[in-house]
Every structure is written in C-alpha cells, then in structure tokens.
Write a protein that binds this ligand. Structure first.
Ligand SMILES: Nc1ncnc2c1ncn2[C@@H]1O[C@H](COP(=O)(O)OP(=O)(O)OP(=O)(O)O)[C@@H](O)[C@H]1O
Ligand SMILES: Nc1nc2c(c(=O)[nH]1)N=C(CO)CN2
Length: 177
C-alpha cells in the first residue's frame, strides 16, 4: 500500500462545492482510501495574480496504484468536475488535484514529477500540509514540512487564511452546516 499526499485547489464557481465533490469522487474510487484531511484555507492567487482567491486543502491517501495510476485517476476526477484542460498555466480552475508526495519517492517520469517541484515554496500547500503531516520530509529538500513553512517569509504565510476548520477527522464533516 502506498501513502500519498494530494493538494486540492479551486477558484472558479462553487469552490467549496467542488472540493466536496472531489473528495466524494475520490472516496468512490476503489483504489483510493482517504486518510487525514486538512482544514480549508482561502489563499491569494500565486503566479497569475489577477484571478479569484483559491480555496486550498491537503489530504493523505492510501492507494494500491503507482504514482502515474493515481495521477490518471485524479485527472479524470478533475475533468468530471468541469475542469477545462490546456488553458493558461497557473490560471483559474474549478479543480486542481496535484500529487505532492508519494511514499518517499523522488522521481521524474513521463512528465510526472514527485515530489511536486513547487510545493516547498507554496504557502497554500505547506500550511494545510503542516496541519496533517508536519514531520513529513520532502525527499528532495530533506526538510520537514514544518521547517519549510516556518523558514518562509511571514508575508507569504499571511496570504493563507483559515476558511473552514476541520473537525472530527471525517472528511465530509467540513461541509456540514
Ligand atoms: N506531482 C504532480 N501532480 C500533478 N500533476 C503533475 C505532477 N507532476 C507533473 N504533473 C503534470 O503537470 C501537468 C500540468 O498540470 P496543471 O495544468 O494542473 O498545472 P498547474 O496546476 O497550472 O501548475 P502547477 O503544476 O504549478 O500546480 C499535468 O498534466 C501533469 O501531467
Ligand atoms: N493560491 C493559489 N494559487 C495558485 C494555485 C492554488 O491552488 N492556490 N494553483 C496554481 C496552479 O496550480 C497557481 N496558483
């Protein structure tokens, strides 16, 4: 069984609804078991700044799939959630599902890069990851998530604000009224 961490992001339409649907779709996949789930954060757009704020979160999953098989499943979920591909890089999207870490693998194969090459510089990834896996080591940096988070300028951490706090460890608890 493999352990992976997945980042979720949405900044178009019903953002929380898309996060909820993505979790539901993942939970319906036989090959994916959802573990720890972070709170939801509202985050200032990084890269292309003239776009709506994102909702971001991170989750741990267990899967029998190898990394490329997991990515395939995540991309098909993105498409089912109204994602239009081949649009502007870093631009607005209904749902973005990125593999952050996959076991302690360090690989680049067929365009898939693990760990996600930009995760260590993104507060919108490190803040939710620090909630569920602060001691996890990024194999490329050989640093823990919490070390990377607290080494980054405070200004960047402040662009990430708690939007909905995770409650009792049940992934859909986040979306109950
Ligand atoms: N670890 C990874 N997780 C998800 N996709 C990856 C990963 N490594 C490489 N990719 C590839 O990146 C491609 C571009 O993904 P996408 O369009 O979501 O980029 P982006 O979200 O705009 O930018 P970023 O990758 O910086 O978040 C995907 O088609 C996928 O094949
Ligand atoms: N705040 C925030 N900014 C982004 C995000 C994201 O998920 N959140 N995703 C991007 C492309 O993957 C580019 N910029």
């Amino acid at each position: 069984m493999n352990t992976a961490y997945v980042a979720l992001g949405s900044n178009m339409g019903d953002r929380a609804g898309y996060l909820q649907k993505a979790l539901r779709e993942m939970s319906h996949e036989q090959a994916i078991r959802i573990g720890l789930v972070s709170s939801i954060y509202e985050t200032e757009p990084v890269g292309v700044e003239s776009q709506p704020y994102f909702l971001n979160m991170a989750i741990a999953v267990k899967t029998d799939e190898p990394a490329d098989g997991l990515l395939e499943k995540l991309q098909s979920i993105e498409l089912r959630l109204d994602r239009v591909r081949n649009k502007e890089r870093n631009g607005p999207r209904t749902m973005d599902l990125d593999i952050l870490l996959f076991n302690d693998e360090n690989m680049e194969k067929n365009g898939l890069c693990i760990p996600h090459p930009r995760m260590h510089e993104r507060a919108f990834v490190l803040v939710p990851m620090a909630e569920i896996a602060p001691r996890e080591v990024i194999p490329t940096d050989k640093q823990t998530i919490e070390h990377l988070l607290y080494s980054m300028p405070e200004r960047l951490r402040k662009e990430v604000r708690l939007w909905k706090r995770q409650g009792q460890g049940e992934e859909f608890g986040l979306f109950e009224n």
